[in-house]
Design a protein around this ligand. Sequence first.
Ligand SMILES: Cc1ncc(COP(=O)(O)O)c(C=O)c1O
Length: 383
Amino acid sequence: MKPPAHRDVPLCRPQIGPAETKAVVQVLESGWLAHGPKNHELEKQFQALTGAPYAIAMNSCTSALQLAVQARAIGGEVILPSFTFVASANAVVTAGATPVLVDIDPVTRCADPAAIEAAVGPRTEAVMVVHYGGQLADMAPIAKTCERRGLALIEDTAETIGATYRGRPQGSFGDGCFSFFPTKNITTGEGGLLTTHDADVHRKARALIAHGIESTTLEREKAEKPWLRAATFAGYNFRMSHLLATLGVEQMKRLDEFNAGRRRVAARYLAALAGMDGIEAPAVAEGRTHVWQMFTVIVREADRTELLKKLRSVGVGASVHFDPPVHRQPRYRDAKIGPSGLAHTERVAERIVTLPMDPGMSDADVDHVVAALRWALATTPRA
Ligand SMILES: Cc1ncc(COP(=O)(O)O)c(C=O)c1O
C-alpha cells in the first residue's frame, strides 16, 4: 500500500478572524492593557454559559483549578482521574492538598463514578472531575456522591466549553475551571476562567488572582482614595490582561459557530472510520452533547510510536493525550491510587491517538487524515 501524498494538517489551527483582530487593535490603541472592562464582559459570558452567579477571568485553567481548591482551604484529599493533563494534579498539590487518583470509564475517558465512590475516605474533601476532550463525565452519580458525602465538586472544564449533560452545561454542577489554550474550543493564547456558585470562593479567588487585594482597579477608581490597595490574603498575580480578555470576548461570540464546525468534522471522521479495522472510534455517551475539543481513537494492536511517525511523515499532526497519565509522571509515582485500580487508564494511555481537529478543517483535510490512518494501520507492525 502506498502512502497518500503529503498534505499539512496540523493538530489544531486557532480560528482568529477580523473581528478579533479589530477589537484587540482597538484596545491596544486605547492604552488600557491590564485588567479592564473586557475582563468583566468575558466573565458575564461565562456566567450566561454555565448559569453560575460568579466568574473570574485569569491567566490559565491551572490557576483556576488551584484557586478552586485553595479558596476552600482544602488540605486533605482530592479525588481525580489519573488520565488527565498533569496540570489537574499539580493544581491540587500547589493548593496544599493531596491527590487520590482513580480510573476512567473507557468510553468517555472521564472519571468512573463507581471508582470515585470507592475512593472516598475520612480525609476526602473534594472531587475534581476532568471532562475529557469535549464530553462531560457522568455527572448525576458523581454529584450524588459529593452531596451525600459533603464533598466539594470541582469541574476541570478545560476541554469542554459548550458541552452539556442531560441538558445541563459544564460548570453548573460545581466550580468550572476553563482553559483558553490554543487547542481549546475558544482561545486567548494563554488564559483561563473560574466559575463558581459560592460567594465566598468567589471573594477569595478574586482577591488571590490580584495579590490578595479585594478591590479591583475599576472599583478603586470610584473610591475616595483610589491609590490605597489593601491586601487581605497572600495572593498571586494570576490576572488576565485586558488584551486577552478582549480576544476572549470576541471568541466567545463565535463559540456556537466553532462547536458546529467541530461537530461537522467529527461527523465526517466518524462516517469514514466506522468499521475500520485496527481502531476504536470515539463514542458519544447517552445524554451528552459533545463539543469535540479533541478527536481521539484507540489503536488496538499497531505499534503506536511507529504509527504516529508514519502519520506525521505525510503531514498529519497527530499526537497523544494523555501519556504518561498522572500516576506514571515522575512526581506522582508514589501518589495514592483509589481501590478500583487504574486498568482502563493504563490501556487507554498506551493506545490512544489524537487526530487533528479544529472547526476550520476542510473535507479534504479530514479525508487526508483518514487515508493516512488507513495506510499507517495497514503498514505498521503490532506493538
Ligand atoms: C484537562 C486539562 N486540565 C488543565 C489544563 C491546563 O490548562 P491551562 O494550560 O489553561 O493551564 C489543560 C490544558 O492543557 C487540560 O487539558
